[in-house]
Write a protein that binds this ligand. Structure first.
Ligand SMILES: [Zn+2]
Length: 522
């Protein structure tokens, strides 16, 4: 990808009634790292997140709390979702709410266009409906209830009884798109990734698609169907359109043309909505399908999926209050292969914090800056070409190699791999300092050229690390960049030439980037 190309990335919009947990934060951080990387690469980057606020369950909860659904959503956005983004240092460019006028008006426009084009018809629908999922369920999605629900059919996800609903609804002719979708998956294997999710989607669509009921008449908290105001738009149909309405669909054609199509980061459990229903909707409207739908894996805690309906949720602040937002971001991006399921444990978090962030990276930075302060009175040393050895050439080669390798990994959305490659430079620099012993060179003025060359090389190496790690640990990278007297801000440095050090005159004092944490053993 050349510098300056468009990169529009989205997360799923948060279901406003959920309680924020590390699963939501994980998706946000992954998208944020990709967005920050592309911004630093000079790409025309746009990062969207937001909230999903319609549907029967929100209406019911709001009513139970004695407020209107909009008041209820306002409160949750202000008290739960916006603060979550602060907690984990998310750099989103936009935040869309499905109650925004820019969204509601253009959902209606989209729907009217599909109606006018003959893709929508009236029909009868009878089926089992789970209010938790806001979705009609097939028999195969239901299981026998236990405990208080013994003898009833319950949703396999929510373990709560489903309702048998019969409605006269509007239907979207999704079945028309079965073959076109199969062709899309075939012609563009990267459209749905990773491979495991792609295979699941293909086998689902091969069984044939049925038309989709896209309106509800039983409640009114939603966007009204423009030609029949007694119906509201099905929440998923409404929610998926956020990716288009936020990008200017219907309101700003120029912006939409610039941003669209998007890369959608989603959990694999909702990949089907994004890789089947959504492209079918876009095809019907004559719009381009997304660039990619990437279904990441689940976070497992004690072997169980982090779930909105189970009480295993861990709030992100439980981690950031102790370890900080950088460590949160680093841990989830490094410890879990993006795309696979991964386990969270406090022990692993604590061990990686200590070994990789505090000792591996933070300590390296502190030592090098301290040595420049001690031996050069803080003046940034310059390498003396006649004193350069194979050891320095090797470090310079590694800087270039890991920069290219990390960028290539990011293109594949393999954030964990990018970090593994960047860490090769951390490890190599630590080994270099140990081998070159600058503290030994400093004892003999005859070694002055070597000392300057070694510390200059180490400093440049740290500069490369600050640039490469800025998308993942933005706070630490900014502090390090300031300490190294880097020119401008670290975010302004071109990530694809991270090894092109642009430094100033004097280093600044550097506090520990990842201070020692006394973990309560109880
Ligand atoms: Zn359910």
């Amino acid at each position: 990808m050349s510098a300056g190309s468009a990169f529009y990335i989205t997360t799923p919009i948060f279901y406003v009634n959920d309680v924020p947990h590390i699963g939501h934060a994980y998706t946000e951080v992954a998208a944020d790292v990709l967005a920050r990387w592309h911004r630093q690469a000079g790409d025309d980057t746009w990062f969207l997140t937001g909230t999903d606020e319609h549907g029967q369950k929100i209406l019911r909860t709001a009513t139970a709390n004695g407020v209107t659904p909009k008041e209820w959503a306002d409160k949750l956005v202000a008290e739960a979702w916006q603060p979550l983004l602060q907690t984990i240092d998310i750099s989103n460019d936009d935040f869309i709410r499905t109650t925004d006028e820019r969204h509601e008006v253009n959902v209606q426009l989209f729907l009217q266009r599909l109606y006018d084009a003959g893709y929508i018809y009236t029909g009868e629908y009878e089926g089992y409906y789970c209010v938790g999922c806001e979705e009609y369920k097939q028999q195969s999605d239901l299981v026998d209830g236990t405990g208080q629900y013994e003898g009833q059919l319950v949703c396999a996800i929510h373990s709560k009884p489903v309702e048998l609903l019969k409605e006269r609804n509007y239907f979207f002719r999704m079945s028309d798109f079965t073959q076109r979708l199969l062709d899309l998956y075939e012609e563009r294997p990267e459209f749905v990734q990773p491979e495991s999710v792609r295979n699941e989607i293909i086998s689902f669509v091969r069984r044939g698609l049925t038309d989709l009921s896209i309106s509800r008449q039983t409640f009114d908290w939603g966007i009204k169907v423009p030609w029949d105001e007694s119906h509201v738009v099905y929440v998923w149909f409404d929610a998926l359109l956020n990716y288009a309405t936020a990008a200017g669909y219907g309101s700003d054609d120029e912006k939409f043309a610039r941003l669209w199509p998007a890369t959608h980061i989603v959990g694999k459990d909702i990949a089907r909505f994004h890789a089947v229903i959504w492209p079918a909707m876009l095809m019907a409207a004559g719009l381009e399908v997304p660039k990619q739908v990437y279904g990441h894996g689940w976070l497992l805690v004690g072997g169980e999926k982090m779930s909105k309906s189970k009480l295993t949720g861990i709030a992100p602040e439980q981690i950031t209050d102790t370890f900080g937002s950088d460590a949160f971001r680093y841990y989830f991006m490094r410890a879990i292969s993006f795309g696979q399921d991964g386990s969270f444990s406090w022990e692993d978090l604590s061990a990686r914090y200590q070994a990789e962030l505090a000792n591996g990276f933070g300590n390296l930075a502190s030592r090098v800056v301290a040595m420049v302060t001690r031996y050069f009175d803080g003046v940034v040393p310059t390498a003396v070409e006649s004193a350069v050895t194979d050891a320095e050439l090797a470090i310079r080669a590694t800087e270039r190699r890991v920069t290219a390798a990390a960028d290539e990994a990011i293109e594949r959305l393999a954030v964990h791999e990018a970090l593994t490659r960047i860490w090769e430079l951390v490890d190599e620099l630590n080994g270099y300092i140990t081998t070159q012993e600058p503290w030994g060179l400093a004892k003999d003025p005859a070694n002055a050229d070597r000392l300057a060359t070694v510390l200059s090389t180490a400093l440049r190496g740290l500069g490369t690390l600050a640039v490469l790690l800025s998308p993942v640990v933005p706070e630490a990278a900014a502090k390090l960049w300031t300490a190294l007297a880097g020119v401008g801000t670290v975010q302004e440095q071109s990530i694809r030439s991270a090894y092109d050090w642009r430094g100033g005159e004097r280093v600044q004092p550097l506090e520990a980037l990842f201070p020692r944490i006394e973990v309560d053993a109880s």
